[in-house]
Design a protein. Sequence first.
Length: 247
Amino acid sequence: MKAILCKEIIPVTKESIKEGYILIDDKGKIKKIANGKDVLKGTEIIDASDFVAFPGIIDSHCHASVFEESIGIGLQDGNESTDPVTPFIRVIDAINPDDLGLRRAVAGGITTICVAPGSGNVVGGQMTTMKTHGTIADDIIIKENSGMKCAFGENPKRNYGSRNVMPQTRMGSLGLFRQLLMETQNYMNKWADYKKKMKQYKEDLKDYDKKEKEGNNKDLTKPIEPSKPERNLKYESMIPVMEKKYL
């Protein structure tokens, strides 16, 4: 057990505690918050009596670790500005745990962030939720895929309109997005139809094999296995959106 002695503790859900302590178990979980300095004998004491403690702040949308503050343009990986619709790319592939922005976040009390691709694309890619403290990406990731970044404002217009390609307007942005949703629905229906046909095929094949063993399949035709649709990562990445798994 560890006890952090604090000048003040701000629990948010109730009144502040002056001159108190935070008791933490061996798994890093907070067990108790209380006034005073009397803790169980044998508890490791961390003296933070000159500091104020409060719960970590959660930033639900940021670009820390992908739009890096100190390295420069070589690692500005927030926007894949080659196609306005890129749901299949993942921000986790660009995270740099050494980014100065993460150190600034920790210093400001932000302990958890949802990192999103930039808003240069109508559909920018998959977001990741992570801790701000740590040096190894695998150790600080909380949820690898926690949302889909979409943007219908000025950035996609500026990014692609300057090249004289869609979208140049918000109409174009929303048109591209609706088209993506429709294509994803078609993709889902195609796979649902395949699974239905595959189920029926297995039942028909089982019946055929049974009759073959019995010698009763002379006038029967062996069932033909349905063709499997080609996989498409673009649409598969959008299925959680269609199924409302990000809500």
